[in-house]
Design a protein around this ligand. Structure first.
Ligand SMILES: [Zn+2]
Length: 423
């Protein structure tokens, strides 16, 4: 069956108030790592109420640890890492199959003093919904669900199979998305509506996470200490060494075919530090956790070798024992999403019709789940969504007008990709 695009937009608009209420409920869940369960349970009930078959499962490390794209798991209890795949299946498909994927894990809120209001009491102010996880990316999840609701309100469902996936672990490993692939979920295309400002990710950086455990030569402070003997001061020197390595990689990146035009695309983030036990003692230990970007085309193994070498060189200069290095989360490849796919052509056409301007592909200096589908499983994957601000910051918010447009764009995409049939 055919439905006029304008009718789809109208159906989205009619339900948009309900969509915002739904998003407020979803963003009210404090679904940080290890706490995703209640949020996923709520979503499972929402999916089941729509008549979709719901597969709810936890990540089985043994079934993914041998797969490309796997990232090591540290400090996490995967018996709580609930993943959801809801399926609308069609006996005799008339169109192409689709995966709609969103992640509901959110990053920690950080210092509470920096938040103007409670991070998990989402609040609408001047057309933006504020709160942790609103833009990254529960708004996108609401767009997936309400795009299908809008079509159904017009008496239509997709004319081919569609999986609606809600995963976790996007912010630290990608193992949630990987576990859905290991479980056998495939489609002719995948669509991830991250808040990308109505742009399409053309290329993204990978990243590696690692932890240094630095040991000092402890003693009474009266004896004094060199930087190398002082675990916390040594940590500052390792940070400097890794920042210098990053500068070297960024100098090389100037000739990268995709990231060359961007100034310093590779980011080094010393993101977490702890150490020492007693103010009267030279600290005996310090643990430093870091993230470093990986350019598409650069092998993870090579980047890890360069990190290890920089640490060894710094330890030698400090006359200190070489810290142990643990690879503790993301070991994610960078990736370029090749232009010219049928899915991109369809999105470009719909985007232009709705937004009144051509689709703008861009290279992103961060990591998303998108690579897992496209790079390792050959599923052409679009990462495209509306406008958000303050991702990972206390100012996180999503532009609701833009969210309504995104929902309409996804509904039109489903209609064009999967085809429609009567309920
Ligand atoms: Zn995200």
């Amino acid at each position: 069956m055919q439905i006029q695009p304008g009718a789809i937009d109208e159906a989205v608009a009619q339900r948009f108030g309900a969509q915002v209420e739904w998003l407020i409920a979803l963003a009210g869940f404090k679904s940080t790592r290890g706490n995703e369960g209640p949020c996923q349970e709520w979503l499972a009930a929402e999916f089941a109420a729509r008549g979709w078959a719901v597969d709810k499962f936890t990540i089985d490390i043994d079934s993914i640890s041998h797969l490309p794209g796997f990232s090591p798991v540290v400090d996490a209890d995967y018996t709580k890492a609930v993943q959801l795949v809801a399926t609308h299946d069609v006996a005799e498909p008339a169109g192409k199959s689709l995966i709609l994927q969103g992640h509901i894990d959110v990053v920690p809120t950080g210092a509470p003093e920096l938040w103007a209001r409670d991070p998990f009491t989402p609040t609408v102010i001047d057309g933006f919904l504020h709160g942790r996880g609103t833009a990254d990316m529960k708004a996108g999840v609401s767009a997936m669900v309400f795009a299908l609701d809008a079509l159904r309100s017009l008496g239509a469902v997709p004319a081919s199979r569609i999986h609606i996936e809600s995963v976790s672990e996007e912010e630290c490993t990608g193992n949630g998305a990987l576990s859905t692939l290991a479980r056998g979920y495939r489609a002719d295309a995948a669509f991830i509506p991250e808040s990308m400002g109505h742009r399409l990710i053309r290329a993204e950086l990978g990243s590696i996470w690692f932890r240094l455990r630095i040991l000092g030569r402890p003693g009474h402070i009266l004896a004094g200490s060199s930087d190398g003997g002082h675990a916390i001061l040594a940590a500052t020197r390792y940070i400097e060494a890794l920042a210098a390595l990053t500068a070297t990689i960024n100098a090389e990146a100037r000739s990268h075919p995709w990231f060359g035009p961007i100034t310093n695309p590779v980011k080094f983030n010393p993101g977490k530090i702890r150490g020492g036990d007693w103010l009267g003692s030279v600290p005996s230990w310090c643990e430093l956790e870091c993230r470093l970007s990986v350019l598409p085309g650069h092998k993870l193994e090579d980047v890890r070798d360069r990190v290890s070498q920089a640490i060894r060189d710094c330890a030698e200069a400090l006359d200190a024992d070489v810290p142990t290095i643990a690879w503790i989360g993301f070991q994610a490849d960078g990736h370029v999403f090749q232009p010219g796919t049928e899915a991109e052509a369809l999105l470009a056409q719909i985007h232009e019709a709705v937004m009144g301007a051509p689709l703008d592909p861009f290279v992103m200096t961060a990591t998303s789940d998108t690579r897992l589908y496209d790079l390792y499983y050959g599923i052409p994957t679009l990462c495209y969504g509306g406008h958000g601000t303050g991702l990972h910051a206390p100012s996180e918010a999503v532009d609701l007008h833009s969210l309504e447009k995104t929902t309409a764009i996804i509904a039109r995409f489903i209609a064009g990709w999967c085809g429609l049939k009567s309920v």
